[in-house]
Structure formats: C-alpha cells, structure tokens
Design a protein around this ligand. Structure first.
Ligand SMILES: *Cc1c(COP(=O)(O)O)cnc(C)c1O
Length: 225
C-alpha cells in the first residue's frame, strides 16, 4: 500500500465517522482530491486506490495533467480563481466548476460549454466570512444570483462553495457553514443539492453542517511547496 493510499483510506474513514456523528446517511459526502501543485504520479496513486474526483486550481497545470492522465476515468473539478479570458478551456475540459464568483463568468461558461457535452456542473462561491480579500458573492446577493445563473442553458447550477476564514475551534468552524447551508435551504430549490464545504483543517465541522463535497489536499498529498 502506498502512503497516499493509506492517507486516502484514513480520510475516507474520517468522512464516514463525521457522517455518522452528524446522523447523516453513509456516503452522502464525496471526497474531492485537491491535487494542485502535485505531480501526476501522486494522482495515479490516489486513482489506483479508488479515487475518481480530482480538483485543480491552476488552469495550465490542470490541462497538462488531463493530457497525461487521459486514459484514466477521472472527473475533473476546477476550484481556483477564474479570469474571464480563461473561461473557454474551463468550459471545455471540466465537469465541475466550484469557484464561480461573478455573473459574467457564469454567462461565459454557459456560452462556451461545447454542445456535445452535458451541462457544466457549477457551484457559486460565497464569501461567507465577508473577507475583503476573498472572492465570492455575499449572502445577501445569493437569491438574485442563483435566480440568474439557474436560467443559463448549458450550466447546471448545483449549489454553493465556501472557504471560510480558518479557525481551530470546532464550533467556530461550523458557524459560517451553518449560516450558508440555512440560507440556501431557505430558497427551497431542491436542485441545489451540493454544498462544497470543508478542507483538510475543517472537514468534520463542514460535514456536521451539511457538506456534500469536501475538498482535501494537504491531508491526502502532503503540504504544498
Ligand atoms: C487548495 C484548496 C483546497 C485544499 O486545501 P487543503 O487545506 O490542502 O486541504 C480546497 N479548496 C480550495 C478552493 C483550494 O484552493
């Protein structure tokens, strides 16, 4: 067993435990392996241990890995900042985008999604801690933005993604996720079934508050340089 296979197994165990502690259904949370800056050999090790969903933040790096790994049945998620002149390759080469932080980005992704592919799965990024340095919509903007993005033809709006300010205390970790989860549930749109919440440092708190996808890099692949 490789080190990455052992780490993968430990993270999946942590996810199953958190689901159980939150009285959630087993396997209601999906692990997204965040492989940015890591070599393709690391992705192959995770793949061979059963991992299928991978998240990347940097477009050129992601496209390079996709070419190298074209024989593998990987579902690719884009989770990084998006410049509007980079939307076309993202629309062409990914199944999911978690980091839609402007209306214009959503419109371009919809226009540029190739017709032969299924609609692009999209999460709206929400700046839940209202940090000036972080991108994303505010909670107040959410209803209007969801309404507008839901109408775009080649996008399937699936839910929200958040990166709250890092906290070590469990209840402080949970608070922003709870607030966002409740704000989305209040809209009563059952098609919004995805809560991309939680990373290495706070995945159990995120699962306690409704995460359906946790995005884990460091715990799986080690610290990034
Ligand atoms: C890098 C990154 C992650 C993974 O963070 P870790 O703390 O290494 O697990 C998750 N989400 C986003 C958006 C990221 O950029």
């Amino acid at each position: 067993m490789t080190l990455i296979a052992r780490k993968l197994s430990a993270i999946l165990q942590q996810i199953r435990t958190a689901e159980w502690q939150a009285q959630r259904k087993g396997h209601s949370v999906e692990l997204l392996a965040v492989s940015k800056t890591k070599p393709t050999i690391d992705l192959i090790q995770a793949y061979q241990a059963g991992q299928r969903h991978f998240g990347e933040s940097y477009l050129q790096e992601a496209l390079f890995k996709q070419k190298e790994l074209s024989c593998y049945q990987i579902t690719w998620h884009f989770i990084g900042p998006i410049q509007s002149n980079k939307t076309r390759p993202i629309a062409e080469h990914f199944s999911w985008v978690h980091s839609v932080d402007r209306l214009k980005i959503a419109q371009r992704l919809s226009e540029q999604r190739p017709a032969h592919l299924s609609p692009l799965n999209v999460c709206i990024q929400v700046n839940i801690s209202n940090e000036a340095t972080k991108s994303g919509f505010s909670l107040l903007e959410l209803p209007e933005v969801i309404g507008k993005i839901s109408c775009l033809p080649n996008i399937k709006l699936r839910g929200v993604m958040a990166i709250p300010r890092p906290e070590t205390d469990f209840s402080l970790q949970k608070a922003p996720y709870r607030q966002l989860y409740q704000a989305v549930k209040a809209l009563k749109k059952p098609e919004l079934d995805t809560f991309s919440f939680g990373m290495t440092g706070d995945l159990s708190a995120a699962i306690a508050e409704g995460a359906t996808i946790v995005r884990v890099g460091t715990a799986l692949f080690g610290v990034r340089n």
